[in-house]
Design a protein around this ligand. Structure first.
Ligand code: ZN
Length: 174
């Protein structure tokens, strides 16, 4: 079980284990916002298992945008929903590869807009050419995932899509 930690202004900060969340609650560093429909029992008492907690003190030093959508191979796959961006085939962590739209050999970089999820067949067909040179079309032009999309995903993971997303977005700023 995991717990979503919100900043004092209600912006999502990070995800922690429920044990860590309990410590934050018991030391009164955080307060309970929403609980799972479950209890944890100790010898003396039982506690609601925390699903979302809110820090009492505002933490400045967190980069929500960077943390939620930092560039990585896995996050590129996630952004493209594990579908090959040329043939739209559904892939997995094992079968997905990274295609550099502008090949690395031609100066292409590991960036959000130059890398896409790609199946092995399309990747070898494309080789070290651009999509135009290999007569291949991208399903869609890749972009850095929007912060809102990352937040929706984060909140959905916690089964709280109904929970003040707009409020969180507003607090998180642009
Ligand atoms: Zn493909």
């Amino acid at each position: 079980m995991k717990t979503l930690v919100l900043n004092a202004g209600y912006e999502p900060v990070r995800v922690v284990s429920w044990q860590k969340a309990m410590i934050l609650l018991l030391t009164e560093k955080a307060e309970l916002v929403k609980a799972y429909d479950r209890f944890v029992r100790s010898a003396k008492q039982s506690f609601m298992l925390p699903q979302i907690i809110k820090l009492k003190r505002y933490i400045k030093s967190f980069a929500l945008a960077a943390g939620a959508v930092s560039y990585s191979r896995h996050n590129v796959f996630k952004r493209d929903k594990f579908h090959c961006q040329y043939c739209n085939k559904k892939l997995s962590e094992k079968t997905a590869t990274i295609d550099h739209i502008i090949p690395k050999s031609k100066g292409g970089q590991d960036t959000w807009d130059n890398t896409v999820c790609c199946c092995i067949a399309c990747n070898s067909r494309k080789g070290s050419r651009t999509p135009e040179e290999s007569h291949m079309t991208l399903v869609k032009h890749p972009r850095r995932p929007h912060l809102r999309a990352a937040l929706i995903e984060l909140l959905a993971e916690f089964e709280c899509d109904d929970w003040g997303l707009d409020e969180a977005m507003e607090a998180a700023g642009p």
